[in-house]
Design a protein around this ligand. Structure first.
Ligand SMILES: [Zn+2]
Length: 170
């Protein structure tokens, strides 16, 4: 995997986010933390979202939430083949339909759970500059967004059904 080097930040400026992302695997406690909304829309947030997309693709993911890289903030990226999405403080505002499908998660390698999700959702979020926007998603993208927003609330696929390797189940 080729890594692209970025110019270092000017010294003396504290970066809120790590430069090197590290995938957190269940039962890492950060996956259960309550996340805070982003209030500062700066260059570092922009860089983080770009890094998260690259990281997600390198891991062959179609969605990634900030707690999965150890950041307890309400940030999600996704790409189901219709183009990259960067969502800050996303919220589902309407939902409809229902479908049960098997689902995996980068933070629970090798586990799958059959989960009932809405087939249509409307999401509101902010872009990297803090501008609010809304959009509708159906099918796989709707499922991915529900999965990633679950991460922001500390909820994982193993909370729906015991995963296939149920070593951590009580
Ligand atoms: Zn996940």
């Amino acid at each position: 995997m080729g890594s692209k080097e970025k110019a270092g930040l000017p010294s003396g400026k504290a970066n809120l986010y790590p430069e090197h992302l590290d995938l957190r695997i269940y039962p890492d406690p950060v996956l259960r933390l309550e996340t805070s909304p982003v209030i500062l829309f700066d260059r570092e947030l922009c860089d983080l979202l770009e890094n998260m997309l690259g990281f997600m693709k390198a891991h062959r993911g179609i969605g990634l939430a900030a707690p999965q890289i150890g950041i307890a903030r309400r940030i999600v990226v996704a790409d189901t083949g219709q183009g990259p999405l960067k969502l800050v403080n996303p919220e589902i505002v309407t939902q409809a339909g229902g479908e049960i499908m098997p689902e995996g998660c980068l933070s629970l390698p090798g586990s799958f759970a059959r989960i009932r999700r809405n087939t249509h959702v409307e999401v509101k979020a902010r872009d990297v500059r803090g501008k609010p926007f809304r959009f509708e998603a159906v099918g796989l993208l709707a499922r991915v967004l529900q999965h990633e927003i679950d991460h922001l609330n500390g909820k994982l696929i193993c909370d729906y059904n015991p995963p296939d390797h149920a070593g951590d189940q009580p």
